[in-house]
Design a protein around this ligand. Structure first.
Ligand SMILES: [Zn+2]
Length: 293
C-alpha cells in the first residue's frame, strides 16, 4: 500500500479525523539513518505524528517541526513536515537498542527519557509559533496529545504505531489523529471515546491491510464519516548545496576562516538524509569573502 492520509469529518464537523499509513516513509528513514529497531520506532512515531499534524496547515509555505529533547540514550528526535505531509527527521543517536519493556513493546519511554517536547509552527508569519510542554510519557503519541490539550486547548486523540519485522525492516507504520471542536457536544465526545476504546493498535490494523478509510470507518461505525480526500505521505529532504553554503556562512567569520585554511576543504553532512556535500578550500575562501562583504 502507498503511504497516505485520509481525512474525514464526523458529527457535522465537530470531529475531525485523520488516519495515515506511513510504512514506506518510516522504512526509508530507517535505511537513510541505518537505525536499529528502538530508534526506528521512536523516529517513526514522530514522523507519523508530524505527517498527520501537517493536515492542519493551510498554505504551501507552512511547516511544523517537532523536537523532543530528553535525557535518554536517543539524545533527541527532530521531525519536520511541510504542509502536504512531506516529512524528514533524525535522531541524535541511531545506533543503540533497548530490550523490550514489560508489556513486550519497544521501550520508547526508556529511549527518550524525561525532558521536553517543542512544537514549532512556521505559518509564514514574522515569528513562528512555539509551544513547549514537558514530556508526560515519552511514548510520543501521549506527549503530542498533551501538547494539544495544554498548549492549543484542543481535545485531541493521537495514536501512533510502528511494527518491526524480524529482519529489522518496518512492516507497518501509521497513526490516527482525532480533534474535537472546543465546544463539541457530549454526544461527539462519547462517540470518540467509544470509537477508540476497543481499537486494536493502529500498526496491527495496517499490518492486516486496513486502509486509512477503513480505519476511520472502524472507529466511527455508526456515524457515516464524510470523507474529505487524501494526501500522500513521503520522506522528503529539502537540503541543497545552496542551503549548505548558507549554513557554512552562518557559523561566523572566525570559524569559517579557520576552515578556509584546511587544504582538504570541508565536508558537510545533511542531518536529515545523510547526503554529503564537499566544499574545496577555494570554495570556502570564496564564501568567506562573501560573508565579509
Ligand atoms: Zn538532506
Amino acid at each position: 500500500m502507498e503511504d497516505y492520509i485520509a481525512k474525514a469529518m464526523v458529527k457535522n464537523g465537530q470531529i475531525s479525523i485523520y488516519a495515515g499509513v506511513t510504512t514506506n516513509t518510516v522504512e526509508k528513514a530507517r535505511i537513510l539513518h541505518n537505525m536499529l529497531p528502538t530508534p526506528t520506532v521512536a523516529l517513526g512515531r514522530v514522523l507519523t505524528g508530524a505527517a498527520l499534524m501537517s493536515q492542519t496547515l493551510k498554505a504551501m509555505n507552512q511547516t511544523i517541526t517537532i523536537q523532543i529533547k530528553g535525557d535518554g540514550p536517543i539524545g533527541g528526535i527532530v521531525a519536520v513536515t511541510d504542509y502536504k505531509a512531506g516529512v524528514r527527521g533524525y535522531v541524535h543517536n541511531p545506533y543503540f537498542d533497548l530490550s523490550l519493556n514489560d508489556a513486550g513493546k519497544f521501550d520508547i519511554k526508556g529511549a527518550v527519557g524525561s525532558g521536553r517536547l517543542n512544537v514549532i509552527k512556521d505559518l509564514g508569519l514574522k515569528e513562528p509559533y512555539i509551544g513547549s510542554v514537558e514530556l508526560v510519557s515519552g511514548e510520543i503519541a501521549e506527549d503530542l496529545t498533551y501538547y494539544y490539550a495544554y498548549s492549543e486547548q484542543t481535545p485531541t486523540v493521537m495514536s501512533l504505531g510502528v511494527l518491526i519485522g524480524p529482519d529489522y525492516k518496518v512492516i507497518a507504520a501509521g497513526g490516527i489523529f482525532i480533534q474535537l471542536l472546543p465546544d463539541a457536544s457530549e454526544d461527539a465526545i462519547v462517540a470518540v471515546e467509544q470509537g477508540i476504546s476497543d481499537l486494536k493498535p493502529v500498526s496491527a490494523l495496517i499490518n492486516e491491510g486496513k486502509t486509512p478509510e477503513e480505519i476511520i470507518r472502524l472507529i466511527f461505525p455508526k456515524e457515516d464519516p464524510v470523507m474529505l480526500g487524501t494526501c500522500p505521505v513521503s520522506y522528503k529532504c529539502t537540503c541543497s548545496r545552496e542551503r549548505m553554503e548558507k549554513n557554512l556562512m552562518s557559523i561566523g567569520k572566525e570559524d569559517l576562516s579557520e576552515i578556509a585554511q584546511d587544504e582538504k576543504g570541508a565536508e558537510l553532512v545533511c542531518h536529515f538524509c545523510n547526503k554529503k556535500y564537499h566544499f574545496t578550500k577555494e570554495e570556502i575562501q570564496k564564501l568567506l569573502a562573501q560573508s565579509q562583504e
